[in-house]
Design a protein around this ligand. Structure first.
Ligand SMILES: CC(C)(COP(=O)(O)OP(=O)(O)OC[C@H]1O[C@@H](n2cnc3c(N)ncnc32)[C@H](O)[C@@H]1OP(=O)(O)O)[C@@H](O)C(=O)NCCC(=O)NCCS
Length: 174
């Protein structure tokens, strides 16, 4: 049986920062999760440090995703960040990365989002918005399956394979 658990990040460690850094720079997924203006951005490596995580958790709730006690991904939500397409008060802006490739495609992303939505609802928030690049069909399919609907597209948003692509914004009311 798949043994998954989730844990709110409160005390970043060297090991956690190292996993985040590895996922952030992984060629297989870096173009999916982070936005790039050009090839130089896409090629750049970023280091996630304990200090940067400590700063991030001041305004973002991060949850670590574990499979059989191994850290395999992370997800987060932020309340009413300026980047919302629809600035409805009390919106949660979410993101998710299953960083370890062997953990993808087994229903973990789906379960993780169900948990994140529950945490958001517990905070009294009723709306979720997210962004997904137009070429990221697996992620788009997951969000559609979980009841997220497209509310707009921001064209020329991120660079990949020699051209710019749109960011699809989706929302879900809880
Ligand atoms: C996108 C991501 C979060 C999905 O998590 P996952 O655990 O791999 O997905 P699940 O196994 O829970 O799949 C749930 C649904 O997603 C869709 N999906 C997942 N992988 C897919 C694939 N390779 N192709 C098509 N659809 C896929 C399907 O709708 C699937 O439902 P189904 O199994 O009933 O068909 C994960 O693959 C990931 O982190 N990818 C890299 C980073 C990324 O793209 N993050 C999202 C940025 S917006």
């Amino acid at each position: 049986m798949i043994n998954i658990h989730f844990s709110r990040l409160t005390e970043p460690t060297t090991a956690i920062a190292a996993s985040f850094t590895r996922w952030e720079n992984d060629q297989q997924i870096k173009y999916l999760a982070r936005f790039n203006r050009n090839q130089a951005d896409l090629d750049a490596s970023n280091e996630i440090t304990i200090a940067s995580l400590v700063q991030r958790i001041q305004h973002t709730a991060i949850y670590l995703i574990y499979l059989h006690q191994q850290l395999i991904g992370e997800m987060s939500y932020q309340i009413d960040p300026p980047l919302l397409l629809k600035p409805e008060a009390n919106s949660a802006w979410i993101s998710i990365t299953i960083g370890e490739h062997q953990a993808r495609g087994q229903g973990i992303g789906n379960q993780a989002l169900a948990y994140l939505e529950q945490q958001i609802a517990t905070q009294g928030l009723r709306r979720i918005e997210l962004g997904v690049f137009e070429f990221n069909q697996p992620a788009f399919a997951l969000y559609a399956k979980r009841g997220y609907h497209e509310i707009g597209r921001i064209t020329d948003f991120t660079y990949w394979q020699g051209r710019m692509w749109a960011d699809i914004r989706m929302e879900k009311w809880l």
